[in-house]
Design a protein. Structure first.
Length: 130
């Protein structure tokens, strides 16, 4: 399951929204979350944005880093946990209300979890998720 939700710079209220999104997952999905850590960071680093090719004027709400479940073979083991990072500042910057923050946090958590399960952005668009 999720190894931990750690608090580098995020507010407890924001972290609670991330935890709420994770806790709302069906039990069969929660059981499949293996070797993944979910963290809250204030905002993406310039290096993360550069690595992903995200230019000025654009931002990132979340980031999945790791080996998706669909890419794990029998030799997968003894590796650091995958990491899902939810970025607080960009989400709060675009939202007009607490309810909207809750919605965007949940959507972002689900989006990054989809990557953990092996779904690409292209496949998510095909499915009509966004």
């Amino acid at each position: 399951m999720i190894s931990k939700l750690r608090r580098p710079q995020g507010s407890k209220t924001f972290e609670a929204l991330v935890a709420e999104a994770l806790d709302s997952l069906p039990p069969d999905i929660q059981e499949k979350l293996e070797n993944v850590e979910v963290v809250v960071e204030w905002r993406p680093s310039p290096a993360q944005l550069r690595r992903l090719g995200i230019g000025s004027g654009h931002t990132l709400f979340g980031l999945y880093e790791g080996v998706p479940l669909t890419g794990r073979t029998s030799s997968y083991g003894m590796v650091l946990p995958d990491k899902i990072t939810i970025f607080q500042q960009p989400i709060e910057a675009v939202c007009q209300s607490n309810q909207q923050v809750r919605h965007v946090v949940r959507r972002t958590v689900l989006h990054e979890l989809a990557h953990h399960f092996g779904l690409s952005d292209e496949r998510l668009r095909e499915l009509g998720v966004y």
